[in-house]
Design a protein around this ligand. Structure first.
Ligand code: KG4
Ligand code: ZN
Length: 347
């Protein structure tokens, strides 16, 4: 590998780039923890009209946002290329057209500035976001990533070692919330919309089955809940085009009950994983980890069962580049550098 791609000392100040879905993000982070500057350009408004992320729109949005986001981040940190020690970029998983924009920007900078390049795994980065808030790490942890694209449980033995214990067999938790919000006419993204609509609702007003699968399973399945919501709203066997049978005065209860079914399922599986692995510490990251009901439910379960639970900071739950640059430091410490042939891997 070309010499400048393989540094002799561990890079300390890392420029992170994230573009795997619909946020273009750039951050400069020192020693894996200290955020010197952070930029997130969200495309939510462009996708909202379509009820979800449209890959073609996302790719074009990243192209428009990447250079201004980079310039603004470096300007905020008052930083030139000489202060950047390495460049970390999300290379998997994600939307191919979106990943390629961040990846090619990172390669171009690495080449032009003669800096080492680090290809980061997006899901590992969501877990690193939870680690960023912990003063002293105490591995192992049971870790949950809940986002629009992923619902995974791991046993984590280091920032780079995650053994998968379970995953969703159909919809991710965030995807289920997004689809439910679409059914309820609440718009996109669905998680925050359902949280808001249900904040004063009664979570027990409607009974939704908690999909626990078999007794020991750590997998998830949320697509049945989505159908249950549709039938509650439209009547048994109802279609989305059918009129609602439940009036707007009960929407708060319906949202609270649906959200609560998802949250309870996530919380129970986390507890099950902690017991099975005999690990009393939890990390929780990803967009859905912003959810207030999930946070309070997990905190209650943690208190009742003598567990420690560490959520990523709210601004580090949804996609951001702080977690990419942060995890990039752990990759650098492990000597995991890439070369300019680094490829985007959607899966
Ligand atoms: O991590 P993220 O930004 O992107 C992916 O990697 O998927 O997560 C986006 C997801 C969306 O499904 C959104 O509805 C959900 O996170 N989300 C929330 C909340 N904020 C974002 N879900 C529940 N409650 C929230 N407050
Ligand atoms: Zn994400």
């Amino acid at each position: 590998m070309t010499a400048w791609l393989l540094p002799s000392t561990v890079p300390q100040t890392i420029l992170g780039i994230e573009s795997s879905c619909d946020e273009t993000a750039v951050a400069l982070v020192a020693r894996g923890r200290q955020v010197l500057a952070s930029e997130v350009r969200s495309q939510v408004a462009e996708h909202a009209a379509w009820g979800g992320v449209v890959p073609e729109i996302a790719g074009r949005g990243h192209l428009q946002a990447i250079v201004p986001a980079l310039e603004s981040c470096l300007q905020t940190a008052d930083c030139g290329p000489e202060q950047v020690d390495a460049i970390a970029v999300t290379c998997r998983p994600g939307l191919l057209g979106s990943l390629l924009v961040g990846l090619n920007a990172a390669k171009a900078l690495a080449w032009a500035w003669r800096k080492p390049l680090i290809g980061v795994h997006h899901i590992e980065a969501h877990l690193y976001a939870a680690l960023m808030g912990i003063e002293e790490w105490q591995f192992p942890y049971i870790s949950l990533v809940v986002s629009g694209g992923h619902t995974n449980l791991f046993r984590s033995d280091s920032p780079l070692q995650h053994q998968r214990l379970g995953c969703t067999r159909d919809d991710a938790a965030g995807e289920a919330l997004d689809k439910a919000a679409a059914t309820l006419g609440l718009g996109y993204p669905g998680g925050p919309a359902i949280q808001k609509a249900g904040q004063d609702g009664d979570p027990q007003a409607f009974s939704f089955k908690r999909p626990m699968l078999s007794k020991d399973s750590l997998d998830f399945s949320f697509s049945g809940l989505k159908t249950a919501l549709l039938y509650t709203l439209k009547g048994p066997g109802g279609k989305r085009s059918d009129p609602d049978r439940i009036g707007p005065e009960r929407q708060a209860d319906l949202c609270a009950s649906f959200e609560s079914a998802i949250v309870d399922t996530l919380a129970k599986k986390c507890l099950r994983a902690c017991r099975q692995q005999e690990v009393p510490r939890l990390l929780i990251g990803g967009g859905v980890a912003r959810n207030r009901r999930l946070r309070s439910c997990m905190e209650q379960i943690a208190a009742e069962n003598d567990l420690q639970v560490h959520f990523a900071a709210p601004e580090h739950c949804t996609d951001n580049a702080d977690m990419i640059a942060g995890l990039g430091h752990a990759y650098a410490e492990a000597g995991r550098f890439a070369d300019l042939n680094l490829e985007a891997q959607p899966r």
